[in-house]
Design a protein around this ligand. Structure first.
Ligand code: FMN
Length: 327
């Protein structure tokens, strides 16, 4: 029988399927359901800087008619921040008692300062690793790419020396020199990178001519984006790579591992197909390994990465030249 154990961020995992940060991992009970379903690890729902700020505003707006003494306003804001923080720590503490699988805490941050202390508290509660969910929207026409990219390096430079558990960075793909930037980020001391976050996106309702939210769940064809970049970066970045977005079945898990991923993170497929999908993915992976004579994941991981394959140009191909001749 094939051995599905693997390592990610220096942690030992029973298998490479991680439940990604989402409502599926928001509480200790939810995390216990992930373990019961066979997940190798979980990434907790992120605690968001914006979420905490919103809570703070809601609390102060309940008493909008009161004229706030500046000190009192500051106290309430600190209190509600602590409240959100305490809730998160409480769920982590309970989850650590309830499950054996590694728990990766997730922090969405846009600056380093306020979170450094919080991350220490996550460590103290037993977080096995930290996933930083960091995104700078490159929509400002006046800001050049290098200035936007510098934000990522600035945050890591401040945070990494203060953290003793492994840290991974969950990223979008909006970088002007994607491979170059990710290689440089991989040299900062990160233990891993998660490629790529799937952001909430706007869509247009043409009947009402209004802006609406696009589907929050990925489709099974979206995995090709992370597959290409995992394959290009495998063996070139000095940290682990986790693949995410559009990984809906066991065949896709096999592909991402062949491209060079250490693990995969899944969300949408579990929302759509139920938690039983984790077991189906594991069975497909195990069967494929048995049929192809691989005893362990390390026996084939990265075999089709750009640096290992006989035809590296296949991963760079983007135009339709050949197809135009055929169609
Ligand atoms: C309902 C929902 C909530 C999510 N919440 C978070 C979050 O708090 N933090 C985060 O980093 N990603 C969050 N994500 C993104 C997922 O972790 C994942 O990166 C994305 O959904 C792509 O993976 P998938 O194709 O398997 O869904 C969320 C996704 C969904 C669908």
């Amino acid at each position: 029988m094939a051995d599905l154990t693997t390592q990610y961020l220096g942690l030992d995992l029973e298998n490479p399927i991680i439940v990604g940060s989402s409502g599926l991992t928001r509480s200790a009970d939810a995390i216990a359901r992930c373990e019961a379903a066979g997940a190798g690890a979980v990434v907790m729902k992120s605690i968001f800087e914006e979420q905490i700020e919103k809570e703070t505003k809601e609390i102060t707006s309940h008493v909008a008619n009161v004229t706030w003494h500046p000190e009192a306003a500051e106290y309430v804001q600190t209190y509600s921040r602590e409240n959100a923080v305490d809730k998160y720590l409480k769920e982590l503490r309970a989850a650590k008692k309830a499950v054996k699988i590694p728990i990766i805490a997730s922090v969405h941050c846009v600056s380093a300062g306020a979170w450094t202390e919080f991350i220490r508290r996550l460590e103290a509660e037993g977080a096995d690793a930290i996933e930083l969910n960091l995104f700078v929207m490159p929509s400002g026409v006046e800001r050049a790419g290098d200035r936007l990219e510098q934000v990522y390096f600035d945050v890591l430079e401040k945070l990494l020396p203060t953290v003793s558990v492994p840290v991974s960075l969950k990223l979008g793909s909006y970088f002007s020199g994607l491979a170059h930037t990710l290689v440089k980020l991989g040299q900062t001391g990160l233990a891993g990178m998660v490629l790529f976050n799937r952001f909430r996106a706007p869509d247009i309702d043409i009947e009402n001519m209004s802006i609406v939210e696009a589907d929050n769940f990925s489709s099974p064809t979206e995995y090709v984006h992370s597959l290409r970049w995992i394959s290009i970066l495998a063996n070139r970045v000095s940290c682990d790579l986790a693949a995410t977005t559009g990984i809906h079945d066991g065949e896709t898990v096999v592909k991402e591992l062949l491209a060079g991923a250490s693990v995969v993170q899944v969300c949408s497929s579990l929302y759509k197909n139920g938690m039983g999908r984790i077991d189906e993915m594991k069975q497909t992976l195990e069967k494929w390994m048995d049929e192809h004579g691989f005893d362990s994941i390390d026996d084939f991981r990265g075999n089709l990465s750009q640096s290992e394959t006989a035809n590296p140009a296949d991963w760079d191909r983007v135009q339709f030249m050949k197809m135009s001749l055929q169609m």
